[in-house]
Design a binder for this molecule. Sequence first.
Ligand code: PHB
Length: 383
Amino acid sequence: MTKPNFKPLQNIQSSVPDIFTPAQVGRYELANRAVMAPLTRNRAGEGGVPRAMNVEYYRQRASAGLIITEGSPISAQGVGYPGTPGIYTSEQVAGWKRVTDAVHDEGGCIFLQLWHVGRISHPSLQPDGELPVAPSAIQPMGEAFTADGLKPFPTPRALETDEIADVVTQFRTAAENALEAGFDGVEVHAANGYLLDQFLRDGSNHRTDRYGGSLENRVRLLLEVTEAVVEVWGADRVGVRFSPVNGFNDIRDSAPDVTFPYAASRLNRFGLAYLHVVEASFVGEEHPRTFDKAKLRRVFKGAYMANGGYGHQTAETALAAGAADVIAFGTPFLANPDLVERFALGAALNEPDPETFYGGDERGDLDYPFLGDPVTAVTATAA
Ligand code: PHB
């Protein structure tokens, strides 16, 4: 006789996860499902070295189920903004070690985001004032943040086929450095119009070699990079980030509903910890409106991390519906170091201050109050 195939109602109910339910993501059981999304803060010290302010910033936010750091340039060529903390010099590695120690002291888990900006840069940010590199010599619309203010992005230089192995090596070396710096894992940044995304999408990749043209060719660099990073870390400590509908950085693809599920399916052979999907566009609705994110979730074998404008209730709805395994919050974590506790108590959130997002000092970085903090000196001065 076969056993009846049912579970007591109570078990079914308790198996519906919420933000406070631990989640298995690759090798790790995360304490909760609220991930801190990568957030560019442009506050690294000289030479792109993480400094005391950065250590404190991440320490404050260690109650996230997982912190993903701001994008960390993997090489001097990968830099596109001032004040971004890199992972390609020994000083940077030592700086990040202080960050990971602080987060671990607080019981947190932290992945580094491996970042190469490709064409989203400027000669003044590049070694020897060279042109930024890209899959193809196509000038993106928009302006770079240089030390002398905003400057139009130049037409980049297309990478030669035989230079691409060096890009893979840049990712591999950076992954090794991240291991040395004490991170728990790494995220490969293949989103938001930066180098790997420039290869994936047909608006920016017009190559005719084995890295361009067909979908299979456009995905090749991502797969080579992922393979190199997985060799360093093991797949269960590696995630990849996509942003299928984001038109930020003047990026576009003629068929994101084909490109990204295909790329996700090709990643399956590694057994990665997670796929992190920016589901929104940073630049309004000019980019494809209808994207089947449920298809991407179905195709990918691994945890699905959703990002893009989620709040407490929308996150709970997505988790309960099984639309995502974990949710990455950006500005809510920026402005609320104790976001998880605030969610648990149903407490009001601090409002993020866009004026202090990029660059500057401790203000807007370290002085967002925790629940129960007395009014801070900074707030008092400002009042
Ligand atoms: C930014 O600095 O605006 C930025 C950086 C990396 C991203 C997205 C935005 O992935």
